[in-house]
Design a protein around this ligand. Structure first.
Ligand SMILES: [Zn+2]
Length: 76
């Protein structure tokens, strides 16, 4: 399961669980996800989406996607 932060056309942000990234895309494509606040199905993945162009999901303290500085996150 994967959780995405979604945002509707009215700017409401909410979280939704999906089976995987492809399922999320399918559900959004089919307009099967509705905003809980306004009911809009014009919903897009928000800033927490893992496949946005810019590196939004940085997992290491040093800020590098692949850490080369030996920071503790590598031991996890
Ligand atoms: Zn909304």
């Amino acid at each position: 399961m994967i959780r995405y932060r979604l945002r509707c056309a009215e700017g409401h942000a909410f979280d939704e669980w999906f089976q995987n990234a492809a399922a999320c895309d399918d559900r959004l494509k089919e307009a099967a996800v509705a905003c809980p606040e306004c009911g809009s199905t014009s919903v897009a993945k928000g800033i927490m989406a893992p496949n946005v162009a810019k590196p939004a999901s940085v997992a290491t303290p040093c800020g590098q996607p692949v850490c080369a500085c030996g920071c503790p996150a590598l031991d996890a």
